[in-house]
Design a protein around this ligand. Sequence first.
Ligand code: ATR
Length: 280
Amino acid sequence: MTLQLGLIGYPIMHSLSPWIHTQFLEAAGLIGEYDLYEINQNASFEKALMRLKDEQWNGFNVTVPYKQRIIPYLDEIDPIASSIGAVNTVINEKGKLIGYNTDGEGYLRAFQTVYPRTLTQDKQCLIIGAGGAARSIFVTLSKHGMRNIDIVNRTTRNAEKVAAAGEKHTTTNVISLDKVEKTLHKYDILIQTTTVGMKPLGNDTVFPVDNLKKGSIVSDIIYQPIHTTFLERAKQNGASILYGHRMLLYQAKAAIELWTNRSVKADHLIKPLQQILEGR
Ligand code: ATR
């Protein structure tokens, strides 16, 4: 059987997903295609989904601006995607659309691959940012059992909304940007999810990272550039780091595993993915 997979969103022409999924399919010995289906904002979203069903796509990823908009069109939604309030992966089971969100799962798996047995529930985490990606990671880590996940964001109201999506066992303090530097020494894990430092916006960091706890792990989900200034500074200050392209790869791995019901290998793709990103 030839698998028909792809990505819907707008604009998506520079997406790395076709490359990543083609590598997964080849490595798993599966025959399939991963296509880009750009849905212009003026086009009918409903008609586009009908077309995917008519063409019998087996599954697809969803990206901006449709991650929330797709929810009313789904027949079922996974509880984690429901708590996140956004869907990035859909399985088409003979016309029945089931929605998932693999973004937080991708972060979690990426982390566990590089730092196995480190993400214990007592660790003090700080999520920087309160957008869609932050919410996916926050909900996933909370469901994973983490007891302390603080959030710092420019707009504290947005952080409060994310904090409200946590499980009962998770305690969350919302911290304002001007106070965060003083409390940095308390965190074992920092997760940078804002767009600050992303190409081509410039090489700023959202705040200085001089006051890190010894042994802390600092991650940035930005993958363009891979070596963000934030990670470079954290490294100079003694932190261990986790790069954003690993999350990109592992959210895709979680998606293809949902579509194919098989486990696929991903680690061999880290270097080639890095080379592609560095060549852009
Ligand atoms: P994504 O879906 O990729 O997470 P997003 O939803 O646009 O992206 O979220 C962007 C995040 O970056 C938000 O936390 C945003 O802060 P606000 O909630 O205050 O808007 C943060 N962000 C963007 N530009 C920023 C800046 N110049 N300084 C600090 N935070 C910034």
